[in-house]
Design a protein around this ligand. Structure first.
Ligand code: ADP
Ligand code: MG
Length: 266
């Protein structure tokens, strides 16, 4: 058994972990997502690539309740995001129910967003204690184990300012895992890092992937997508232009827009 398996929860519904059907999102008059259809299966590493401004972050934010979709259907593990369906009517979930859905999803951003006044260990313990009302002892035991797993067992007492960017991002991953999510969203997790620190973060993500975590990864790291990804979607201007197995799409892109994008990043 691989070493992170205690921290990995697969889907329970037998449905795709994420299913988007005709998902639209507008901000005022700006139409950003223009009918996204895709499925992410449990235990899959799903890579999302595309030019800046194409709507990748917006899509992740819709999955994680940070934005509301304007039209279409979006579900996580068989449940509509933010809604319950009865017959053909949709009812908005109550705050508590939304919170319950969000707890199952971990998100890691480009910027690490750690609490600056807390140590690495306290950062990882915070949500389980505050949100899940776990005892400090239980939360601490898991936090220590997770910090060991991301290679930071000897940095528990360090504050974010005392850690490198790569170490901070690994703490951020451990912090997301501490909530025992069934889905992890990564939004360009290595884009803000100095090049020499990218590898250590990708290694942790690879480890998680090997362990069966369902992950959606927005990234410009095509090597990671090729080696670790199970599926890859190229998005441009709010639509899915092309999708398939990463090796397939990266070596044999079918659309001009994909070719043009890849020629710039590869
Ligand atoms: P990507 O992550 O692919 O670079 P984003 O999803 O961040 O793209 O942004 C897509 C478009 O949506 C951009 O043009 C951006 O300016 C716009 N956008 C994102 N969030 C908002 C918002 N809260 N209000 C208005 N426009 C937004
Ligand atoms: Mg983005």
């Amino acid at each position: 058994m691989s070493k992170l398996s205690k921290d990995v929860v697969s889907g329970t519904s037998g449905q795709p972990m994420v299913k988007a059907e005709g998902v639209h999102k507008s901000f005022g008059l700006a139409h950003i997502l223009k009918g996204i259809d895709l499925e992410v299966n449990a235990r899959e590493v799903f890579c999302l690539i595309g030019p800046s401004g194409s709507g990748k972050s917006t899509f992740l934010r819709c999955i994680n309740h940070l934005e509301k979709i304007s039209a279409g259907r979006l579900s996580v593990d068989g449940e509509l995001v933010g809604y319950r369906q009865k017959g053909d009517k949709l009812y908005e979930l109550k705050e508590k129910e939304v919170a319950a859905q969000r707890r199952d999803i971990g998100m890691v951003f480009q910027r690490f967003n750690l609490f600056p006044h807390m140590t690495a260990l306290e950062n990882v313990m915070e949500a389980p204690v505050q949100v899940k009302r776990e005892t400090r002892a239980v939360a601490r035991e898991r936090a220590e184990r997770l910090l060991d797993r991301v290679g930071l067992g000897d940095r528990r007492g360090h504050y974010p300012a005392q850690l490198s960017g790569g170490q901070q991002q690994r703490v951020a991953i451990a912090r997301a895992l501490a909530m025992q999510p069934k889905l992890m969203l990564f939004d360009e997790p290595t884009s803000a890092l100095d090049p020499e620190l990218v590898g250590e973060v990708l290694d942790v993500m690879r480890d998680l992937a090997e362990d069966g975590m369902t992950m959606i990864v927005v990234t410009h790291e095509m090597g990671f997508a090729r080696e670790v990804g199970d599926s890859l979607v190229f998005m441009d201007d709010g639509v899915v232009v092309e999708s398939g197995h990463p090796r397939e799409v990266l070596t044999n892109p079918q659309h001009d827009r994909t070719k043009s994008f890849l020629s710039k990043v590869l």
